[in-house]
Design a protein around this ligand. Structure first.
Ligand SMILES: C[S@@+](CC[C@H](N)C(=O)[O-])C[C@H]1O[C@@H](n2cnc3c(N)ncnc32)[C@H](O)[C@@H]1O
Length: 347
């Protein structure tokens, strides 16, 4: 795949400015700890959290994902072999770590908020995560999910998740963030949940919007012809829509309505093939999809186009979670309690 040096340099410069070095104490001072901060990457996918945390000097000690293709990409890029299904992992065997990251799958949360107590989370992947948190008591957590989690089941699902974490001894907060405010030309709103064992002060959510990387600087100049749609599809699109800016990403919603913007709508793992088209003519290339999530060009592509489309659609926007992690690891944590305050009812 063609990659111009000029674009490579420009793109990585924008990423660097999105992930600017903070005027905060060095990480070695964090919680009075001199060694490298460690993390685990649960439901790791292709490692959006990993890329962000590594760039802040943190070290991964464990990862897991049930998807074999993701594990292959992960191992290739980070030299860590993720474990598979979280349900088959003994939480006690997860290595000790400072911070736990998890972009837990949204599909099973429909049943979380319905009843009281920990029992309501049983059988969900969130409950499996809670078991690891209970066993290992990391000093901090950063969880990510779709925006809809905030309003799901009239807010009861999120409330239940926060209660579970609180009962495990964490001070918890959440915020909806948009990748568009972190330098990326992708409208992707996600809920971020942070938790501090025993509480913390001085934690603030990132609030300053960074300039968006212009789409033209992210798009490849000579994409392979396999990414272009047929003349018939192109004509059909153009008969129904006129873009006001170029380049733009044409977005087809579920009702078949076309709109276009100088940024991409949220990448989606299970979207139809032509859900997003550059100028109504071609699909995004694997490199462009990864750039839209803020992966640097040093991230190596492993797998075919459709695998990467799914993986990029599932990933977290790297600069967005980096900004959150940066603030988490510079917050002043209250003396961490060694006692778990809550118990997960596994009965
Ligand atoms: C929203 S994605 C997380 C993506 C990741 N944060 C990233 O940056 O690429 C959720 C991931 O959970 C994985 N998953 C689903 N069920 C799982 C299970 N039972 N055990 C481990 N991983 C699972 C999926 O394969 C998927 O990669």
């Amino acid at each position: 795949m063609k990659k111009t040096n000029e674009l490579f340099g420009k793109f990585d410069d924008v990423l660097k400015s999105a992930c600017r070095v903070p005027l905060l104490p060095p990480i070695g001072d964090f919680w009075g700890q001199k060694k490298k901060l460690t993390f685990v990457d649960m439901f790791c996918g292709i490692g959006g959290f990993h890329t962000a945390a590594k760039s802040l000097g943190m070290e991964c000690v464990f990862a897991c994902d049930i998807d074999a293709d993701c594990r292959k990409v992960y191992e290739h890029n980070y030299h860590i072999k993720p474990e598979s299904d979280i349900c088959r992992i003994n939480p006690e065997n997860v290595p000790d770590h400072d911070v736990l990251f998890a972009g837990f799958p949204c599909q099973p949360f429909s049943i979380i908020g319905n009843r009281g107590g920990f029992a309501d989370a049983r059988g969900t992947l969130f409950f499996e995560l809670a078991k690891v948190i209970e066993a290992k008591q990391p000093r901090a957590l950063v969880l990510e999910n779709v925006r809809m989690l905030a309003s799901h089941n009239e807010g009861k699902t999120l409330q239940r998740i926060k209660e579970v974490l609180t009962e495990l001894g964490y001070q918890v907060d959440h915020m909806i963030l948009n990748a568009l405010n972190f330098g990326l030309p992708q409208k992707r709103e996600r809920i971020l949940i942070v938790g501090f064992k025993g509480g913390a002060s001085g934690f603030n959510w990132p609030d300053r919007a960074l300039p968006m990387i212009p789409l033209k600087e992210l798009l490849e100049s000579e994409p392979d012809k396999r990414f272009f749609v047929s003349e018939r599809i192109r004509r059909k699109r153009q008969a129904h829509h006129k873009a006001t800016v170029t380049p733009s990403i044409w977005h087809e919603n579920k009702a078949g309505h076309i709109s276009s913007y100088p940024f991409s709508c949220a990448l989606r793992a299970g979207a139809s093939y032509n859900y997003l088209l550059v100028d109504g003519k071609r699909r995004l290339t694997p490199r462009e999809l990864l750039r839209l999530q803020g992966f640097p060009d040093s991230f190596e592509i492993v797998g075919n186009d459709s695998q990467i489309r799914k993986q990029a659609g599932n990933s977290v926007p790297v600069p967005m979670v980096k900004a959150v992690i940066e603030r988490v690891i510079h917050a002043r944590q209250s003396k961490p309690s060694t006692q778990t305050q809550g118990r997960v009812n596994a009965a």
